[in-house]
Ligand binder design. Structure first.
Ligand SMILES: *[C@@H]1O[C@H](CO)[C@@H](O)[C@H](O)[C@H]1NC(C)=O
Ligand SMILES: *[C@@H]1O[C@H](CO)[C@@H](O)[C@H](O)[C@H]1NC(C)=O
Ligand SMILES: *[C@@H]1O[C@H](CO)[C@@H](O)[C@H](O)[C@H]1NC(C)=O
Ligand SMILES: *[C@@H]1O[C@H](CO)[C@@H](O)[C@H](O)[C@H]1NC(C)=O
Ligand SMILES: *[C@@H]1O[C@H](CO)[C@@H](O)[C@H](O)[C@H]1NC(C)=O
Ligand SMILES: *[C@@H]1O[C@H](CO)[C@@H](O)[C@H](O)[C@H]1NC(C)=O
Ligand SMILES: *[C@@H]1O[C@H](CO)[C@@H](O)[C@H](O)[C@H]1NC(C)=O
Length: 461
């Protein structure tokens, strides 16, 4: 099952099927590489181990909702794809998974979303997904056909800081219950993908394409090949355009410079490549994107053809959206059978297609992999002590489930705040604060917690 859709409203979605090399619970080692990962089989009452030796945990860490089973289980290969959790309106508009005790780090988060008419209503839902305060996926009905049929994996890199928890929230539009079938989290190096130099530590990197050229799909969930960060790699064949004939190449030789800090790109990525058949040819790829965002593009190369043994024997130019950005001679950069990566931030897109074109100068161009991440700026969340105060208030008033008092009280700002709660941005514009609480119409009674004094911006209660 391999898909790549563009969703009409916000995000595009990707791919595959899951697994990893190890599952550790609870997290113990804060130093990277920790190998820490979680695999939650939403809707499942039992733990299980799949054919890639990944341990799936029974459903846990959710705020509410109910469990369901896809209507045609035989269509789905993996146990964790067949069960799901949905959040009916009686659980409130906003529901979350809160994965606790995570060492602060960068993490890869992967979700599998499926509908498959589990509720017999033939109506896939519209809903949003946020990590912490930032909306990252928007699923809108009607779903693209392949998504409606097979479900879809989507992933991103996000940083978890002092809060030590991953907050993954689902927001329902109208009466559609959001659905989720599995949630996975893998620790990644905090300095990965040039976090420091790009100064985008507080952006979420949403996967808009991760291709392994000249190869089938592989990685956690698809094969026993490992990837330290849990990245799965799709075949490039569906994304190639242009007229040149393309040849897939592969080698079993060792490739140097792989599996290295901070990105730990797997050796296997550089053992296959796509190259244009005739000398001086052109290799061209197109990825669907949302033109409103900026993108981080990583290209991977290795000279894996035995006959290229000198500087100047294979030279090509790299164009992104028709801008000539660099001239590459892999052999000159790193020699033969060694990994070479190049990355670039693409801004101010004018269309919903991002094109990567390699134009031969000497010999045919060659490429091993392409990654494309949308840089989604992190949105502000509620001041931490006010979150604590609101949780205390929720407990002391025994706020009913249907009011959806889950996750952050105010964020994401494009969602409604907790019912009865009004928020505004703090004076310095970096956080959200609670300005008003009105529970009068709810008939809630109870003692107001002392923590209410932490709500220093409250003007009315
Ligand atoms: C599943 O595994 C976890 C962690 O090993 C354990 O805490 C939990 O009790 C298990 N749950 C079930 C339903 O067996
Ligand atoms: C992956 O490895 C496990 C254990 O080595 C093996 O049982 C399983 O068949 C392998 N799966 C695939 C798809 O190769
Ligand atoms: C599967 O994982 C368990 C622990 O997670 C490990 O002890 C075992 O050796 C693994 N089996 C294979 C075939 O890799
Ligand atoms: C981003 O994170 C890295 C690693 O934690 C750190 O070294 C760097 O200073 C941070 N950069 C910014 C701009 O915050
Ligand atoms: C493309 O750009 C590179 C470096 O920026 C330059 O060396 C090369 O000559 C350019 N190619 C063309 C065809 O202009
Ligand atoms: C992108 O657009 C903004 C505003 O229109 C402009 O200030 C900026 O210089 C542009 N950046 C690039 C790389 O073209
Ligand atoms: C901004 O204001 C909030 C709430 O008043 C405060 O918690 C936070 O530390 C402030 N941030 C900065 C950067 O001053």
């Amino acid at each position: 099952m391999s898909l790549f859709h563009t969703l009409p409203i916000f995000l595009c979605i990707i791919f595959f099927t899951s697994t990893t090399t190890s599952t550790t619970l609870p997290p113990s080692s804060p130093s990277f590489p920790s190998g820490l990962s979680y695999h939650i089989d939403c809707g499942s009452p039992t733990n299980s181990t799949d054919q890639f030796n990944t341990t799936w945990l029974s459903d846990r860490y959710f705020s509410g909702g109910a469990t369901g089973i896809v209507s045609e289980p035989l269509r789905f290969r993996h146990g964790h794809e067949k069960t799901l959790r949905f959040f009916p309106i009686s659980s409130g508009k906003k529901n979350c998974y809160t994965i606790p005790n995570l060492p602060p780090s960068r993490y890869l988060l992967r979700t599998f979303v499926v509908y498959d008419n589990y509720d017999g209503r033939s109506h896939p839902p519209s809903f949003d997904v946020a990590i912490a305060a930032t909306v990252v996926f928007s699923w809108r009905s009607p779903w693209p056909q392949s998504l409606a049929r097979d479900g879809a994996y989507a992933d991103l890199f996000a940083t978890i800081t002092a809060s030590s928890e991953a907050l993954i929230c689902f927001y329902s539009f109208a009466t559609d219950p959001p659905v989720v079938s599995s949630i996975e989290l893998f620790a990644a190096d905090p300095a990965s993908y040039d976090a420091a130099a790009i100064g985008k530590n507080d952006s979420v990197l949403v996967n808009y394409g991760r291709l392994s050229c000249g190869s089938k799909q592989w990685g956690p969930g698809f094969s026993n090949d490992s990837d330290r960060f849990g990245r799965s790699w799709q075949s490039d064949s569906d994304f190639r355009t242009g007229r040149s004939k393309v040849r897939a190449m592969s080698t079993r030789s060792r490739i140097s410079g792989t599996e290295q800090k901070p990105n730990y790109f797997p050796e296997k990525l550089y053992q296959t490549a796509a190259t244009a058949e005739e000398g001086g040819g052109v290799l061209e790829y197109e990825l669907s994107v949302d033109a409103k965002l900026d993108y981080l593009v990583w290209l991977h190369f290795a000279e894996i053809e035995e006959r290229v043994r000198r500087v100047g024997e294979r030279v090509f130019d790299v164009y992104i959206n028709d801008d000539n950005l660099t001239r590459v001679d892999i052999y000159k950069q790193v020699g033969g059978f060694a990994a070479f990566t190049w990355h670039h931030t693409v801004k101010n897109l004018s269309s919903s297609v991002l094109s990567v074109k390699l134009v031969g100068v000497v010999g045919a161009p060659l490429i091993c992999g392409i990654e494309n991440y949308a840089l989604v700026p992190s949105d502000p969340s509620t001041v931490p002590e006010q979150v604590v105060a609101m949780k205390a208030l929720k407990d002391s008033l025994r706020v009913p489930e249907r009011m959806g008092w889950n996750g952050d009280p105010c964020a994401p700002t494009n969602w409604d705040a907790w019912e009865g709660v009004t928020c505004r941005t703090s004076k310095n514009n970096t956080a959200l604060v609670i300005s008003q609480i009105d529970l009068g119409s709810q008939g809630l009674k109870g003692s107001i917690s002392d923590q209410i004094s932490l709500l220093s911006d409250l003007v009315s209660l």
